[in-house]
Design a protein. Sequence first.
Length: 256
Amino acid sequence: MRFADTHCHFDFAQFDQKRDKLLASCKMSDIDLIVVPSTVRRGWDKIIELCQSHHQLLPALGLHPYFVAEHKEEHLDELDQYIALNDASVVAVGELGLDAFVDDMARQQYFFESQLLLASKHKLPVILHSRKTHSLLIKYLKKHCLFGGVVHAFSGSKQELERFVALGLKIGVGGVITWPNSTKTRKAIQHAPLESLVLETDSPDMPVVGEAKGQSTPLNVLRVFESLCALRQETPEELSMALWNNSLALYACDNV
């Protein structure tokens, strides 16, 4: 069995002193692919450099809504240029999206839609952040030509999941399904089309059950997989193969 962590902030400083050791442990655990999405402009160079140095890592570049106050309009032009300069390695635009817990929704929407346009221009999938904004997010997604994408750290109902899947999007299955009280999300994932699911950790955030926030690592993808196996009807072997193939299809990878 091979595994992919389709969303891990492996560039964050929390990993600076243990990154190589963690990558070795991931390799030993058959975690052969880790996608590293960006959050702000100043992080792009580090992500590109990390991914060039470690074949397990694939870069995604974008502007996260949580940091909207830090984003500048010229960052969008720079994002366009960075993607063009690194078109052989950048696998997605992201992390982008909307967040109801962050001020200035109008500004968030501007940066979100601008990045959707860039993703369409470069024919790249998108890595979507949506916190209490599923309906508004879908409104924007319907307006644009999508080349695939994933709803990162999905938390919501079966009906909301179906609306995203109808747009051709994958569903990021993360630590939330390890928590027994996440009944709505667990039920949605349980009944989701298998071809729509991918694994993620959102490390170092999004802890699994029993873990403190900020302590997550890509190794937790195995904990998420165990919880998913308990929810689904497929055998672990069937599930792992489908999840791996879904990840490769999402990011158009054929040489991992």
